[in-house]
Write a protein that binds this ligand. Structure first.
Ligand code: GLC
Length: 453
């Protein structure tokens, strides 16, 4: 190694050590976050102003015996999934047909997530997808999973408080989502389809797990966005029901300069602080900001012109999938990361230490995300059962949990670190497509009104 290379390596290693300090969350910090989260939950439950909205869902727990055929619409990220689902009772569910479409055409011909579209147009598009799956003459109750903060007034009455996850569709906030859907169905001539239930995706995930598991009482989404719900036995103003915490808005967290920069550049600065630190929509951009800082300090990619398009100079040029690929690269020369850099950033011959640095940064951010989510889950458990006398199942869905290399084991390990000898009482249950199936269960519960176990 030449003198210059040694100097570069030392500078990079020092920068990585500093990043380690910036992004690590210690065990005492996790306990502190859990406690603060628990306090914020109590505050939200009694309607005091705070970061957690604690939204009543009006749904209790399913019995596992709900049955029949229902239509489910799962809307919460960049694609919408419409499914015809048969509930068989005894906790068994079959998907009869399904269809998934992008709300934002990758080819650029439409984008229902942007301010170019209105809520009416968005829901007409959804109704068109429903017609495509079941035909115009179908007669079936419909459950809608709508994964944004909505104020619930009844099982089928949900008003959008405001968009999250960088959605910008106009004339939707403040509107009753089920009425928008109902009107769009009428407009398309789908008169036999009755929208009877609206739920959050966390609620759908919990309902799906609880359909077959009596210990399930927490549902969490770790995907494009992040949020958690739980079954609250004693809500002050309501009967026992599932509460959508909207935990992505939690803000009692140790943020660093990169978090602040990401927040300032986001659609809604100051909001969704936790979500911006842990979810797929933001992790890639957060990592890009870190890498950009190292590049500006001359620690990485010297020689790459900052006017060149692509990573790391272009906003959103890195996403959570790329991070997962980096974390999963087990080759000795980190050939996968090198190939990605060549294709996405035009960086021809990165040094092995630069590739290793990318892997380290991706790992720091993923570990922090898992530890923050675990801390908030511990906060919820503190509310439900402080001494963990009973078993609990946390149902988890979402692309980060399902696909991000290392995230799921780190979440488990962090929970074990917090809960110590009681950790065995808590099961993390991957609940694939819980948000979609949950909409069908919610529809079944709404038509029979068997909403409370
Ligand atoms: C965002 C939404 C929330 C949803 C979560 C996961 O945080 O505000 O309602 O549950 O994303 O999709």
């Amino acid at each position: 190694m030449s003198g210059r290379e040694i100097e570069k390596r030392d500078r990079l290693n020092a920068a990585l050590r500093a990043l380690h300090g910036c992004f690590s969350i210690t065990a005492p910090q996790m306990l502190d976050i859990a406690e603060k989260f628990h306090e914020a939950m109590l505050c939200g439950l009694v309607g005091r102003k705070g970061p957690l909205k604690m939204i009543p869902s009006f749904f209790g727990m399913p019995t596992g015996e709900e049955s029949g055929v229902f239509l489910s619409v799962d809307f919460g990220g960049t694609n919408v999934r419409v499914s015809l689902i048969k509930l068989l009772g005894h906790g068994k569910i079959t998907v009869l047909k399904k269809l998934s479409t992008f709300l934002k055409d990758p080819g650029g011909s439409y984008d229902y997530t942007s301010s170019a579209a209105t809520g009416r147009e968005l829901f007409c598009f959804l109704a068109g997808q429903i017609a495509g799956l079941v035909g115009a003459d179908a007669t079936v109750p419909l459950g809608l999973t709508f994964s944004f903060p909505t104020k619930m007034y009844a099982l089928d009455k949900a008003v959008l408080i405001g968009w999250t996850k960088e959605f910008k569709t106009r004339m939707t906030a403040g509107r009753d989502i089920n009425i928008l859907l109902h009107d769009a169905l009428q407009e398309q001539g789908l008169r036999g389809i009755k929208p009877v239930a609206v739920i959050n995706d966390t609620v759908g995930t919990l309902l799906t797990a609880a359909y077959g598991d009596p210990h399930a009482d927490i549902g969490s989404i770790c995907g494009t966005g992040h949020n958690t719900c739980y079954f609250e036995p004693l809500p002050p103003q309501h009967r026992p029901m599932i509460i959508n915490i909207e935990s992505g808005n939690f803000d009692g967290l140790p943020v660093n300069d990169f978090d602040r920069e990401l927040d300032l550049k986001s659609e809604k600065p100051g909001e969704q602080v936790l979500e911006k630190m842990v979810s797929g929509r933001y992790l890639g951009e957060l990592m890009r900001l870190v890498v950009l800082d190292l590049a500006h300090k001359g620690c990485l990619f010297q020689g790459k012109d900052s006017d060149m398009p692509g990573f790391p100079y272009q906003t959103n040029s890195l996403n959570a999938e790329h991070m997962s690929l980096m974390l999963g690269d087990k080759t000795t020369g980190l050939a996968g990361i090198a190939a990605w850099l060549k294709g996405s950033a035009g960086i021809q011959e990165p040094l092995l230490l630069e590739l290793g640095a990318l892997q380290t940064i991706a790992s720091l951010l993923t570990a922090r995300a898992a530890r923050l989510v675990a801390s908030t889950c511990a906060g919820v458990l503190r509310r439900l059962d402080p001494l963990l006398k009973n078993p609990h199942t946390i149902a988890v869905d979402g692309s980060l949990y399902g696909k991000m290399t290392g995230f799921a084991p780190r979440l488990r390990a962090a929970l074990d670190e917090i809960l110590l000898d009681r950790a065995g009482q808590v099961t993390l249950k991957p609940t694939r497509d819980g948000s979609g199936m949950g909409a069908a269960i919610a529809a079944a519960m709404a038509v029979t009104s068997e909403t409370i176990r």
